[in-house]
Design a protein around this ligand. Sequence first.
Ligand SMILES: Cc1ncc(COP(=O)(O)O)c(C=O)c1O
Length: 388
Amino acid sequence: MFRKTFAEINLDNLTHNIRVLQKAFPNRFLCPMVKANAYGHGDVKLALHLEKLGIKQLGVCLIEEGLLLRQSGVKVDILVFRGFDAKGAKAILDNNMTAVVSTWDQIEALEQVATKKVSVHVKFDTGMNRLGFRTEEAQKVFDRLNGHAHIEVKALCTHLYIGENALETDQTSAQQLHKLNKVSEVFKSMNVFCHALNSSGILNLLEMEQKGQQDKNHPLYLQNWGLRPGLMIYGYSSLGHPPVASLKPVMNLKSVVNNLREVKAGETVSYGAKWTAKRDSVIAVISIGYGDGYHRLLSNQAHVLFAGHKVPVVGTVCMDYLMVDVTDVVKGDLKLYKDQEVILFGGDLKGHELSADELARQAHTISYEMLTSVGERVPRVYIGKETP
Ligand SMILES: Cc1ncc(COP(=O)(O)O)c(C=O)c1O
């Protein structure tokens, strides 16, 4: 590595987050989502690690993502959530993956290529209006697939679109769960199970369990809803408040000081002269920029961790660099700080933390985007125990 900018991926923290789920829900369908390069963490490495943790299935969006995992030696079931045509159906079946079927066309595509019995999961749209059969079509879908020569329905699923409200019995998540529950009654004779909970749904369920407020009539308890956690396994909460479960961020985005400059009061820093030094200042140039996925919107907004201190990003974020004001931190010979490690988000060994959530707020986005934005030219460096 010539440029010491990298995403440090802590496998121990991933193990911890998965154990939280396995301990709380030992007998549930658990399908960690590793789409979008495992939310930027490196899908192959993480999938292989999750397999070692006893995970039985993984979720991807694209057929291509699933193929990469198979070709890299992942053995567990891979659920492909995005649609497919006949060619895609063949790739899914040839590689022992499981199709999540959302349309009539997809049933036909499978019929064209299936030569033996294949299991599928069927997705119903309970309100998100993105993918899935309408719930009113449940009987028609059942009639089409009941006793089918080649297609066997193993599970039904849906996706919560405001999972944050899953504790409220009169909100959208409750309505969605009731709808899928009703659909599952139509499919009862097929002995199917249902999966519906993303991180928000799961964290709300955990909260209810930890408060000892289990109410068997609550929509979260209508069924043993299967779990499809994404964000939370990477250590972040989607609830907008700290989760009851102790999650550990898996990614530390790190870089180093490229060089330091002393600027005089009144001088400006970076493109467009959007920051002017109010006093004589020391500016550290850091080797990461928007070409690495560090959003330009963070110009003059964010902080980084520099020698355990939060220091402000000053001026416009460039493609390959950003600048921070370290005037209040540096002491003595500036040469001491050459190659100083900098944390863009994550934490250091002394417990100083800078959450991707904080940057997300400043960039008017969500932690999901901060994580998945970390670019291809940022190497992923894995630490922690490979064999749990
Ligand atoms: C179908 C499906 N299930 C589960 C998830 C995981 O969601 P989260 O990362 O909020 O847990 C996603 C992510 O968008 C998804 O598309």
